[in-house]
Design a protein around this ligand. Structure first.
Ligand code: PGA
Length: 248
């Protein structure tokens, strides 16, 4: 199975001209890389422009967030049908930076259900904001999964991607250890099986937070994950290229 690499550009870059340049570089590196499937999540404003020009098969597109309602009076919001129409096949849900702005577990539940019914693949982010001794993060992850996936049907279970992203580790240079990720991945799988039966095994698990060319390969080798979410390194074409190379 191909390694999934999500390039989460967050609120970067500032102009469409720069976004096109970054995408051109990403595209070249994607073509050279083997065994990876790249999902670029640009600012939603740039989504259509980038997706419309792309003819390859290595890259697909994600929205970084959407509303759960499909239409109506929600000034300033973007809908799932709109991002799908713009070329997205995936949508990130419940990123810690959105949770910090007020997104609740209940919101993620509505968004996951709406994404699946709109035939978009949800990338549900879970993880704790701070790490305290005593394993409370397991309780938090379990609750985030329980609420967000409450309406998951067996038919949909294999379409959901779950990303473990410890918020406290985002934006730096050192991730949690692959061994620790392995433990968390087993915990997520077990929680999914407890909640949804055998089908829970099929859910793909990603890791995100401070992944770069220095630690991506080790995380893929020992972390028991199907792929990675890459933030700040994905907007640095040189480093992102080195990261893809390191996985070859
Ligand atoms: P980072 O961000 O790679 O900059 O830590 C990851 C993310 O927030 O998805």
């Amino acid at each position: 199975m191909k390694t999934i690499i999500v390039a989460n550009w967050k609120m970067n870059p500032a102009s469409f001209r720069e976004a096109k340049k970054l995408f051109e570089a990403t595209k070249k590196m994607a073509e050279r890389a083997s065994g990876v499937s790249i999902i670029v999540a640009p600012p939603v404003l740039f989504l259509r422009g980038l997706a419309a020009e792309y003819r390859g098969r290595k890259i697909s597109f994600a929205a970084q967030n959407t509303h759960f309602e499909l239409r109506g009076g929600f000034t300033g919001e973007i809908s799932l049908p709109q991002v799908k129409d713009a070329g997205a096949s995936h949508v990130i849900i419940g990123h810690s930076e959105r949770r910090a702005m007020g997104e609740s577990n209940e919101d993620t539940r509505k968004k996951v259900a709406a994404a699946l019914s709109s035939k978009l693949i949800p990338i549900l982010c879970v993880g704790e904001t701070v790490r305290v001794k005593g394993g409370e993060h397991f309780t938090m992850i379990k609750e985030q999964l329980r609420v967000a996936l409450l309406e998951l049907t067996p038919a949909h279970a294999s379409r959901v991607i779950i990303a473990y992203e410890p918020a406290w580790a985002i934006g730096g240079e050192s991730s949690i250890s692959p061994q620790e990720m392995q433990t968390i991945a087993i915990f997520i799988s077990k929680t999914m099986v407890d909640m949804h039966g055998k089908i829970g095994h099929r859910v793909k698990i990603l890791y995100g937070a401070s992944i770069g060319e220095q630690n991506a390969a080790a995380m893929m080798k020992e972390g028991r994950v199907a792929g990675l979410i890459v933030g700040h390194v994905s907007i640095d074409a040189k480093r992102f290229g080195a990261l893809l190379q390191s996985l070859a």
